[in-house]
Design a binder for this molecule. Sequence first.
Ligand SMILES: Cc1ncc(COP(=O)(O)O)c(C=O)c1O
Length: 437
Amino acid sequence: MSTTFISDTVPEAPQDPLFSVTSAFYDDPSDKKIDLSIGAYRDGKGKVWVLPVVKKAAALVALDPEYTHEYLPITGLVEFTDAARKVCLGAESGAIKERRVTSLQTVSGTGALHLGALFLSKFYRPNGIDKPPTIYVSSPTWSNHPQILGLAHLPIATYRYFDAANRSLDFAGMLADIASAPPKSVILLHACAHNPTGIDPSPAQWKQLASVMAERHHFAFFDSAYQGFASGSLDRDAAAIRLFASYGFEMCIAQSFAKNCGIYGQRVGCFHFITSPALDADVQDTLTRVGSQLALLQRACISNPPVYGARVVSLILNTPELFDEWAEDLRVMSGRILHMRQQLRIRLEQLGTPGSWQHITDQIGMFSFTGLTEEQCLLMQRAHIYMPLNGRISMAGLNLENLEYFVRAMDRVVRETAGMKGVVEAKKMNGKSNGFH
Ligand SMILES: Cc1ncc(COP(=O)(O)O)c(C=O)c1O
């Protein structure tokens, strides 16, 4: 019998670009090889780091006679979702005190984005228009955003974000595009450590954005994948979310614990819906209706969220000593990455590598958008250094043992190509760059 799924109807999908880079890395027998593609923390020896506090909490969960593998409720582990909401909104949040938040445990940040996208696609009907709303994402953005949002049938538009010529934020463009989007548009915002550029608006710029979005009655959808990982401070990295919450926006948040707990594969995340201040009865009515629909969507997608990782993270969030240890682990990770940024810039400047390298220390979080062109990234592969072709590197892949080798390769590649193209082919990067995992 022949297949009904012929290539006309089921063409082969392109391979995820990140995975081709990663498999090229694994296939390379060289002992010099460096993988700078994957967005996961590595310690000073290049090894996967299980956070000490996660090890401790996991051991406690394993010994807990109360711990079973029973299904969780559809909306997840309540002590986890309650604590997770305090992590992003702050323990003193007015929205929490006024009981204006409903939260569901999700399959990490991706699951939270998916749930939010489904909800907005089905139920966000401002201005009486009976079709899924357009969602505005930054250009560039994490490469999985368009796929997740598209799966929920949300039409996608972009707002300007990256000024490739200056390797900085195109704030004027961002503000203008958001201001000119139709009223009540959905705007997806990276809460901190923008992926892939590593460039965030300043606190003053966030205020301007919040004012414009309030004037335009836009709906904010925050993607918070790097809280605490970016600056080492959970509060600082949540400042944009908390600012918007203080304006009384109706908004939602996709929260991931993958990076800040180093618990990537356990898929621990949370989706929060926050409604605006109103009479308590009205707020509770909104949350009941919205919460019930979210639960229905969750039921259809995953039935119940996974239990183990949520128990581990919940224990950390709800035990003051473990919480403090977590804060220290966050400082270790962010501090090492910051140190690598400084060392990378210093070494490039010492070698006199053509170009300016200030952006490496201006950027924040897991990634650096180096400014290397596609050709330059391919040349780096010849030196056994693997990075996506948009020039993004995971800073966590660098350490004091491989930094010198990396810097010398980069210096060589930049000089080799400088005559032809200049150091950074700025125009090429705009709109073309994707934020991989
Ligand atoms: C911007 C952004 N959002 C969300 C995620 C979701 O990650 P996860 O589903 O592993 O929590 C990532 C992961 O790389 C990311 O970079």
